[in-house]
Design a protein around this ligand. Structure first.
Ligand SMILES: O=C(O)CCC(=O)C(=O)O
Length: 374
């Protein structure tokens, strides 16, 4: 399971309405003639495809403190700003992770999910294993309803005792199967690259919000937690079986590596009355911002509802990487963004919680839920 806020239980979720001019925050408006080069034609926001952003200039300059001065980086930053304000979802290309590795990760995951059930159960998820491991079909719930998928859940590994009593529930190494061979090695390499990529995209997002490149690397996010879910959605013979119910992601930034030949991920459109299919673009990541980024940015950026319906008769794999804040910190608007965007009040939430506590509570609740229902 992964921590997500649903349309029903989000305490700060809001639905955007678009008139002929698109209101994206209190301080800025895009008219229908603007930004048509971003992969979005604003006048067609009701039926958009998501923007595609080639972030290669940002990747090249990611360790240069004056990256902001680079015209290529400035262009990436402008596109990130647009995508994060208006859609909350975008494709990322030019990210530096090889297409070959992205494919291998999915192929190995297909191989694992094809194994007999008894084999998969050897790495079964359980509280005693830090909630890490294999979760069978129907064990994950979104909005209180069973999702039609199976998964391997992994979390950042940390030393025993590092996060006190709260962290205890999540201690333990990730569980990897012996088959396919070298799965663990490949995934460990992939995770390292996803951590670096998330940090680099967030450098661009930090600039886009008017900060230095490093606002998401300080006290709150200096030791980022992460979650990885390797998800398998069986092919179905009937339409509209919910593989994963509508939710927003809880963390900062999500990187989705999906099968190239099935379209199943859907994003709620701006008017809130339809779903946009996220057609795979080989070699790209689908990137979306989570609720924590909405809070840290003082509500300038938006997390967007999405769901998964695999209408294909074939099995679909998606590897989702979720980059979060520190386990023992509470998400709050950063001072710099409160100063830069004082008019924004959208991130106000009725209750704030330490991230790790929230995660553990959710895991315990979901686990209890699945034991009762299966
Ligand atoms: O399967 C996908 O494409 C996305 C999965 C997802 O939304 C999630 O795990 O939060």
């Amino acid at each position: 399971m992964v921590v997500r806020l649903s349309s029903e239980n989000s305490d700060d979720c809001f639905r955007r309405k678009i008139p002929t001019t698109v209101s994206v925050g209190k301080f800025r408006r895009f008219s229908p003639s603007e930004n048509s080069d971003d992969g979005l034609v604003v006048g067609k926001l009701l039926s958009i495809t998501l923007p595609t952003i080639d972030i290669s200039p940002l990747v090249v300059k990611c360790d240069d403190p004056s990256m902001k001065e680079d015209p290529g980086v400035a262009e990436v930053v402008r596109k990130l700003d647009w995508a994060c304000r208006v859609v909350g979802f975008f494709y990322v290309t030019g990210h530096g992770i090889s297409e070959n590795l992205m494919k291998t990760v999915k192929q190995m995951s297909h191989q694992f999910f094809k194994l007999p059930y008894e084999e998969k159960l050897k790495i079964k998820i359980k509280p005693g294993a830090g909630y890490r491991g294999y979760q069978r079909i129907g064990e994950n719930f979104t909005n209180g309803k069973q999702d039609f998928h199976e998964a391997i859940d992994c979390y950042k590994e940390f030393e025993q005792g590092k996060y006190g009593e709260t962290g205890k529930a999540m201690e333990g190494p990730n569980q990897w199967p012996d088959n396919p061979q070298e799965y663990k090695e490949v995934m460990d390499e992939y995770i390292k690259l996803c951590i670096d990529l998330s940090r680099n995209i967030l450098r661009g997002i930090s600039l886009a919000l008017g900060g230095s490149p490093y606002e998401f690397e300080g006290k709150l996010v200096g030791d980022p937690f992460w979650i990885m879910r390797i998800i398998g959605y069986p092919g179905v013979n009937q339409e509209n079986v919910i593989g994963c119910g509508a939710h927003t992601d809880y963390g900062l930034l999500s990187l989705i590596n999906q099968d190239d030949d099935k379209t199943a991920l859907q994003v709620k459109n701006l008017a809130g009355d339809d779903w946009i299919s996220v057609t795979p673009i080989p070699g790209s990541f689908v990137c979306n911002i989570g609720d924590m980024l909405k809070i840290l940015s003082n509500g300038v950026y938006e997390s967007t509802l999405h769901r998964v319906i695999n209408n294909s008769p074939r099995y679909r794999v998606c590897v989702g990487f979720f980059y979060e804040i520190n386990f023992d910190e509470m998400a709050e608007p950063l001072d710099i963004f409160k100063e830069k965007h004082p008019g924004n009040k959208r991130s106000q939430v009725s209750k704030r919680v330490v991230y790790g506590e929230h995660l553990v509570n959710k895991l315990q609740a979901t686990f209890a839920n699945s034991m009762e229902n299966i």
